[in-house]
Write a protein that binds this ligand. Structure first.
Ligand SMILES: Cc1cc2nc3c(=O)[nH]c(=O)nc-3n(C[C@H](O)[C@H](O)[C@H](O)COP(=O)(O)OP(=O)(O)OC[C@H]3O[C@@H](n4cnc5c(N)ncnc54)[C@H](O)[C@@H]3O)c2cc1C
Length: 297
């Protein structure tokens, strides 16, 4: 959230004055940042966002609502994506990003309660009730929805890495459990079916590692294409779900206890499987790349 979405948005699109003021504070964590694109009525079709910014004298006035915004009620800053209603529409409509301090009048961030996944970070429901920000609050590098997509493409590779981390923890928990849990007079690890299950987990895990490794090489060379990051996210979150599910089962009843380290990963994988573009959205992006035909709508 902090490094992938907020900091990257500022680094890619912010003015030198905005960067001077906020980059270091975001990088060292003294200010928490958030990236507000999703809306209550627009998740996968966030391209249809309805939050509007209009010019009023020496200010922009922003009106709308955002949902699921990490750090959105942290007292820090929010990069709010909004449709600008007084500019000519570009390819995806004139969509720009605004740097909004969370203590601005009219900004209300309410933490979403009852979350069973990624409980270490809060997400907020944000209401923007005619929030006035100065004219220079707009990030000058943002012109269209494509700019929001650029940030998300870049962070998708990070999601593939997250999936690998969660899955590795599940695999390691399974292997440790299988070697120490004794049933029918011998450790689970001595049963052929258990060994086969561990093999399937390792098969998935190794493929995930290779995706990440290849992505890192491409990224370092500046050659990573957005759809390659999509494919890695698609593959790795799906594989992580399979591994977590097998691990949970291999631990038997103990698998549902938080103290045994699988259930939390299993729950967290559900969120990363959905955000930064769901499995189906990645498939649509990939399908468009493969066929040259868009099946989005
Ligand atoms: C924990 C968490 C953190 C998040 N953090 C942020 C954040 O910081 N900032 C932010 O802006 N957003 C954030 N999000 C929002 C996230 O990006 C959205 O949840 C995601 O884009 C999916 O949107 P949705 O939840 O509205 O699902 P929907 O779009 O309503 O999708 C519901 C289901 O329909 C499917 N579907 C949708 N369209 C199609 C189609 N055309 N064809 C086939 N199937 C389709 C989806 O794949 C999904 O299975 C976060 C979400 C979560 C859960």
């Amino acid at each position: 959230m902090q490094g992938g979405l907020a900091l990257r948005t500022l680094a890619l699109f912010g003015s030198s004055a905005q960067q001077e003021r906020w980059l270091t504070a975001l990088a060292d964590g003294s200010v928490l940042g958030s990236f507000a694109l999703t809306e209550p009525d627009h998740g996968s079709d966030s391209v249809s966002l309805e939050t509007v910014a209009r010019r009023d004298g020496d200010a922009w006035v922003i009106r709308g609502a955002k949902k699921w915004i990490g750090n959105g009620a942290s007292g820090g800053i929010t990069f709010v994506w909004a449709r600008v209603d007084d500019e000519a529409a570009e390819e995806h409509g004139a969509v720009r990003c605004f740097l909004v301090e969370q203590d601005a009048p009219g900004y209300t961030g309410t933490v979403i309660r009852g979350k069973a996944s990624l409980r270490a970070i809060h997400q907020a429901h944000i209401v923007l009730d005619d929030v006035r920000v100065p004219l220079d609050a707009v990030l000058p590098g943002t012109k269209s929805f494509k700019d929001a997509s650029t940030v998300l493409y870049a962070t998708r590779s990070g999601v593939a890495w997250s999936a690998l981390g969660h899955a590795t923890a599940c695999y390691e928990a399974s292997l440790a459990y299988a070697t120490q849990r004794v049933q029918f007079g011998k450790p689970l690890a001595k049963f052929q079916m258990v060994q086969e299950r561990l093999t399937h987990m390792l098969e998935d895990l190794t493929a995930m590692q290779l995706y990440c490794r290849r992505m890192a090489d491409l990224e370092t060379a500046g050659d990573l294409r957005p759809t390659q990051a999509s494919l890695a996210k698609f593959h790795n979150t799906r594989a992580a779900r399979r591994i977590a599910s097998t691990a949970r089962d291999l631990l038997g009843g103990n698998g549902i206890l938080l103290e045994n380290g699988v259930m939390q990963h299993m729950a967290d994988i559900e969120a990363i499987h959905t955000y930064e573009g769901t499995e189906s959205v990645q498939a649509l992006l990939l399908g468009r790349d493969i066929t040259g035909m868009s099946a989005f709508a």
